[in-house]
Design a protein around this ligand. Structure first.
Ligand code: ES4
Ligand code: ZN
Length: 317
């Protein structure tokens, strides 16, 4: 089924095989002897335990070629999974903190994305995320460093460790992004409370909420999200692997659809969470008994929620 992927961290598509190949190419020593060793580390207690591995493996990403190869490998997988449009997160601070210039990151990603329509029939957008467990000042400095590249960037986002880092911490940098003509999204209501979703809406003025599954705990919030048809980019396999949800069979996705929320299904960090876009669709179909009509609604929602011009959106719908 044709679909748009709206919640995908490019660094979360780093498969063990590519990680070892890039480690070799760059002379980086990984703390794992083999791919099998590394795969054994993919058992997470919560978001932070995943983030520790996610940031550690990024040590292999050093050159423009590395970022281009990473994005190209993802796009090849995405095509196989029926993805026609991909809005791709990247975490510049996770690279600049290691001495990799932001221009290297964006240049490499852009090189792969520039060939995506031709090579894979996939249209693409880039979303620059701020790490919420870093300071507001660091986010602002990152935004200023990205200014020469803003023509390549569609939106800003907010990710990393959620609890203790409410959206309001990033009010100023979101105002700058909005003033520069960028769209705004934020992770909220993954591990954090419904209050963080309210802040993302009312303080940051986001166009979409990433995750947002905990919104279901707040009836007034659900009413607001339904009334404004704010898209929620839900990531079912991620929620299970990071123990946001105990069992896929208990996922609130059907209740979210029934409530009238504009919900989409996405893969988050597919190299770590056991599946790409269509794997998430198949998993929710099998675990939650979603019928063909519900799956079509989810696919259609992905294009409704995408940052596309209306003519392109109409062509996808
Ligand atoms: C992330 Cl699943 C998730 N949540 C928050 N931040 C992230 N960065 C990469 N994956
Ligand atoms: Zn995410």
């Amino acid at each position: 089924m044709p679909k748009a992927e709206l919640h995908l961290h490019i660094e979360g598509t780093l498969e063990p095989g590519l990680a070892f190949a890039l480690a070799e190419r760059n002379g980086v020593q990984l703390p794992y002897a083999t791919e099998e060793d590394l795969r054994r580390a993919y058992s997470f207690a919560d978001l932070q335990s995943f983030l520790n591995l996610y940031y550690a493996l990024m040590a292999v990403l050093r050159t423009e070629d590395d970022f281009a190869d990473l994005a190209d490998a993802y796009l090849a997988r995405a095509k196989e999974q029926g993805v026609r449009h991909a809005e791709i997160f990247f975490d510049p601070q996770a690279h600049t903190a290691r001495g990799v210039p932001i221009g290297t990151v964006i240049g490499g990603l852009a090189r792969a994305l520039d060939r995506a329509q031709e090579n894979y029939g996939i249209s693409t957008r880039l979303i620059m995320c701020f790490l919420r467990d870093e300071s507001a000042e660091s986010a602002r400095a990152t935004f200023e460093a990205a200014r020469p590249y803003l023509d390549r960037i569609t939106a800003v986002g907010l990710d990393s460790a959620e609890v203790g880092h409410p959206p309001s911490k990033f009010r100023e940098v979101y105002a700058l992004a909005r003033a520069a003509g960028l769209k705004c999204v934020a992770h909220a209501g993954e591990e954090g409370p419904p209050a963080y979703v309210w802040e993302a809406l009312d303080v940051l003025g986001v166009d979409r909420i990433d995750h947002g599954v905990r919104s279901m705990e707040d009836e007034a919030l659900v009413a607001r999200l339904v009334a404004d048809q704010v898209p929620l980019t839900v990531c079912p396999l991620s929620n299970v692997r990071l123990r946001v949800i105990d069992d896929l069979a208990d996922h609130p996705l059907p209740a979210m659809l029934d409530a009238g929320l504009l919900v989409t299904v996405n893969s988050d960090d597919p190299a770590y969470f056991g599946g790409y876009a269509d794997d998430n669709f198949t998993a929710v179909r099998d675990a939650l008994g979603l019928d063909e009509a519900a799956l079509r609604t989810l696919a259609r929602n992905s294009f409704r929620a995408a940052f596309l011009d209306e003519a392109t959106r109409a062509a996808y719908l």
